[in-house]
Design a protein around this ligand. Structure first.
Ligand code: GAL
Length: 681
C-alpha cells in the first residue's frame, strides 16, 4: 500500500485552527502578533472565513475581500497555509431582512429569525443565489492564491427545514423514488394500517412535530430526504468550487456521529472527510479511558468513510469548551494525547477551534490557543506549541493508512430504523452505544477496526461484527454469506435481519434473507428486560456472562450451541451459537452480554482469523498506520498513571530511542514505534 498524501505543500502532519482576523481588523498590532505566535506554536495552517459573510458583504452586492487577501498573504509569507471556508454557515442581517425565505421553518411550521447560525433553508433559490455570489467573489479574490490549501464548505451542516418549498421537494423526491406510483409507496409503507393510504404524492406532508407520526415509512423517508436535500445544497456550493478551482480539494466539517444526516451519503461528494471532536473529557459518568475509547470509535467512523486515505481532525478544543454541561479543563497532557489519538487513527491533521479567544459574545470563554492574556507562556499555549513540535517529528507518518482486518457494521438507516420501531424498550435500545462498547472491547486487543455499513465491501476483512443489524441493506445478506464462505469470522447479535430498507419484516424467520441458514438459528421471540432484570449465559467452556436488556429465544436448526440461558422460562435454551462453513464461522449472540463475555468471544474470532492480539495494560490503546512496507504503531496511555507495555520492539519516533521489549508510558503519555512490516511476528 502506498502513501496517500493529502497536502504535498505541508511537510508533515498539519497543525492549525480556526482563525478569525475579521474580529480584530481594528487591531493591526494583534494581527501582527498572531503571525508571530502561530510560528511559535508550529502552526502550518489556519482556517479562515467560517463566519465572515457580514464582513465580506456588509451590504448586498458590496464586497470586501482585501482583508482576507492580506491575511492570506501574511500567513503564506510565514509558511502558513489557508483552509478557506465558504461563509454560508451564518447569514448577514440584510439577507434575512430582505429574503426571509432563506431562513428555515421548524417542525411546528414556524419560520426562524435572524441571529442564529446554521439555520438556512436548503431549498431556497435566493439563498443559493446569494451564496453563489459570495463564493464566486471569494474565488475571484483568492482562488489562485498560492496559500489556498483546501475548501471547507459551510460549517457543521445539520437540521431540517419544513417550509412549503422543502415539503414540495419531499413529495417530488418520493415520486422519483417510487417511480411516480403511489401504490408502490403505499405498499412500502404498509399504509393500509390505520388508514394511512395516499392516492397522490401531493397529499404527503412532512412529519411536522416529528415523533408523533405513526407511519414509520414517512418518518424514515423524511430523514433520508433531509440527507438528500442537505447534500444537494452542499453540491450547489461544491459545483462552483470544482468548476473554478478544480485543483483545490474540498471538505466539510462533520460532527460526532451526527444523528440527523447520513454522512456516508454526503462523503461521496467530498475529497477528504474532516470532523470536529469535542469529547466530554474527565466527566463524572465514565472512566477517562472510556471517553477516549468512544472518541476512537468516532475517529474510526470518519476514517472508514474513505478507507484508503487519511482524514482530518478539523476542530478540537485547546483547554476547554464552553457548551458542555460542565466545561472542565483538560488536564495537563491530555491535549497531546487527544491530538495523537486522531493521528493514530488516521488523521493527517490536528486542528483547533479556535486560535484566539474573542472579547465578546457566545464563545468568548471557549478554549483557544491564545487566551485573553495574550501571551505565549500559558499552560495551554505551551501544550499546543509542544504538540506542534511533536507533529513535526511525525512527518514520516503523513499519508500512511490504517489497514484494518476487523470491521464493525454500523449505519444511519439502521440507527433510524431501530429508534423508530415500536418494540423492545424505548430506553435501552442504545444502538450507537452498543457499537461503541463493542469497538472498545475489540480495541483492548490492540487490533485496528473499521466501522463500515453492511453494503460496503467486506473483502479486506477477516473478522466482522454485526451488532443489532436490524435492517439489511440490499446485498448485505449475500455479502455476509460470501464473507463467511471464504473463511471469514462473523459475529451477529440479537435483532439481526428483521426488516428490509422499507422497514417491512422478513417472513419465514429472522434473521431474514437466508441469514437464518447462515447462522443455523431462527430467532423466535425477543424478551426485553427491565433495567434491574438480569439473566446469565453459561458457556460450554465453564465461563459465564451476564445478560441485560435483551434476550432472544432461539430455535436452533444446525448450529453448535456455545452457551445457554441460566434462568427464566427459556433456561437451558441456546443463547450463543456458531455454525461453521469450512474455515469460516458464523456466530450468533442472542442476548446483550457483558463486555467480559463479549471480549472472550472476540478473542476467539481474532485468533481463528490469525490476527495478532496484544496484551495491553488497562487504559492503553494501540493503533497502527502503515504504507510503503513500514508500520507505525501508536501507544496511547489513556490514564493518569504511568504504564508499561511489554512485547514492543522498534525505534521510537518521538525520542529516537530503540525500544527492546518494554515500553514505558508516562501518565497520558504517547509513543510511536516504527518497524518494518517483515519484523512483525
Ligand atoms: C463547533 C463549531 C465552531 C465552534 C465550536 C465550539 O461545533 O463548528 O464554530 O462553535 O463548535 O466548540
Amino acid at each position: 500500500m502506498e502513501r496517500r498524501i493529502l497536502f504535498p505543500q505541508i511537510d508533515g502532519i498539519m497543525h492549525g485552527g480556526d482563525y478569525n482576523p475579521e474580529q480584530w481588523l481594528d487591531r493591526p498590532d494583534i494581527l501582527a502578533e498572531d503571525i508571530r505566535l502561530m510560528k511559535e506554536a508550529h502552526m502550518t495552517s489556519a482556517t479562515l472565513g467560517v463566519f465572515s459573510w457580514s464582513v465580506y458583504e456588509p451590504r448586498e452586492g458590496e464586497f470586501h475581500f482585501e482583508w482576507l487577501k492580506d491575511t492570506m498573504d501574511r500567513l503564506y509569507e510565514n509558511g502558513i497555509y489557508t483552509v478557506l471556508a465558504t461563509p454560508s454557515g451564518a447569514r448577514p442581517a440584510w439577507l434575512d431582512e430582505k429574503y426571509p425565505e432563506a431562513m428555515r421553518v421548524d417542525d411546528y411550521g414556524v419560520r426562524s429569525h435572524h441571529g442564529v447560525r446554521h439555520n438556512h433553508c436548503m431549498s431556497a433559490p435566493v439563498y443559493r443565489k446569494k451564496v453563489a455570489a459570495v463564493v464566486n467573489g471569494l474565488i475571484d479574490a483568492v482562488g489562485d492564491h498560492p496559500g489556498l490549501l483546501m475548501w471547507h464548505v459551510s460549517n457543521e451542516f445539520g437540521g431540517e427545514c419544513f417550509c412549503p418549498l422543502c415539503a414540495k421537494r419531499f413529495q417530488d423526491w418520493l415520486g422519483e423514488k417510487f417511480d411516480h406510483d403511489i401504490e408502490r409507496l403505499n405498499r412500502a409503507w404498509w399504509a393500509t394500517f390505520w388508514s394511512h393510504k395516499y392516492s397522490d404524492f401531493s397529499q404527503i406532508e412532512p412529519p411536522y412535530r416529528n415523533g408523533e407520526f405513526s407511519s414509520l415509512g414517512l418518518t424514515l423517508e423524511w430523514k433520508r430526504f433531509t440527507t438528500y436535500s442537505m447534500t444537494d445544497y452542499m453540491k450547489s456550493e461544491i459545483a462552483i468550487l470544482r468548476e473554478r478551482t478544480p485543483q483545490i480539494p474540498i471538505t466539510t466539517n462533520y460532527m460526532k456521529l451526527f444523528y440527523g444526516l447520513d454522512y456516508r451519503v454526503m462523503s461521496k461528494e467530498l475529497d477528504v472527510v474532516s470532523w470536529d471532536s469535542y469529547p466530554l473529557f474527565h466527566n463524572d459518568g465514565e472512566s477517562f479511558a472510556d471517553t477516549m475509547g468512544e472518541n476512537a470509535f468516532d475517529h474510526a467512523v470518519m476514517r472508514s468513510m474513505k478507507r484508503d486515505r487519511p482524514f482530518m481532525l478539523m476542530e478540537s478544543a485547546p483547554g476547554l469548551v464552553n457548551w458542555q454541561p460542565c466545561n472542565k479543563l483538560r488536564r495537563p497532557g491530555v491535549h497531546e494525547l487527544a491530538g495523537m489519538q486522531a493521528v493514530a487513527l488516521g488523521s493527517d491533521t490536528v486542528q483547533y477551534f479556535q486560535w484566539r479567544k474573542g472579547r465578546g459574545s457566545f464563545e468568548q470563554y471557549h478554549g483557544a490557543v491564545v487566551d485573553h492574556l495574550g501571551t505565549a507562556d500559558t499552560r495551554v499555549f505551551l501544550e499546543v506549541a509542544s504538540m506542534g513540535a511533536l507533529l513535526e517529528k511525525l512527518s514520516d507518518i503523513r499519508g500512511t493508512i490504517v489497514k484494518a482486518r476487523t470491521a464493525i457494521l454500523f449505519d444511519w438507516d439502521n440507527m433510524w430504523a431501530i429508534d423508530a420501531m415500536r418494540g423492545l424498550s424505548q430506553e435501552t435500545k442504545d444502538y450507537p452505544k452498543t457499537c461503541v462498547r463493542i469497538y472498545r472491547s475489540l480495541m483492548r486487543f490492540g487490533v485496528d477496526i473499521d466501522v463500515v455499513a453492511s453494503d460496503d465491501s467486506l473483502d479486506r476483512y477477516d473478522v466482522v461484527i454485526a451488532p443489532m443489524l436490524y435492517m439489511l441493506r440490499p446485498g448485505a445478506a449475500e455479502s455476509l454469506r460470501a464473507f463467511v464462505e471464504r473463511g471469514g469470522q462473523l459475529l451477529a447479535t440479537y435483532l439481526t435481519g428483521y426488516v428490509d430498507m422499507d422497514q417491512l419484516n422478513f417472513l419465514g424467520g429472522f434473521p431474514g434473507e437466508g441469514l437464518a441458514e447462515l447462522f443455523g438459528v431462527v430467532s423466535e421471540e425477543i424478551d426485553s428486560l427491565y433495567p434491574s432484570d438480569r439473566n446469565q449465559v453459561n458457556f460450554s467452556d465453564g465461563t459465564a456472562g451476564t445478560v441485560q436488556d435483551y434476550a432472544e429465544v432461539l430455535r436452533v436448526m444446525d448450529a453448535e450451541v456455545l452457551g445457554t440461558y441460566d434462568s427464566d422460562f427459556y433456561a437451558g435454551t441456546a443463547a450463543v451459537t456458531v455454525k461453521a462453513h469450512g474455515s469460516g464461522k458464523a456466530y450468533y449472540v442472542a442476548a446483550r452480554l457483558d463486555d467480559g463475555a463479549m471480549g472472550r468471544l472476540f478473542e476467539r474470532l481474532l485468533q481463528a482469523a490469525g490476527i495478532p492480539v496484544s496484551e495491553l495494560p488497562d487504559g492503553v490503546e494501540r493503533h497502527t498506520r502503515e504504507a510503503d512496507g513500514k508500520e507505525y504503531v501508536f501507544y496511547l496511555n489513556c490514564s493518569d498513571e504511568p504504564k508499561t507495555v511489554s512485547g514492543v520492539w522498534g525505534a521510537s519516533l518521538l525520542d529516537g530511542q530503540q525500544v527492546a521489549g518494554e515500553l514505558q508510558l508516562a501518565a497520558y503519555g504517547t509513543a510511536v514505534i516504527s518497524q518494518l512490516q517483515k519484523e512483525r511476528t
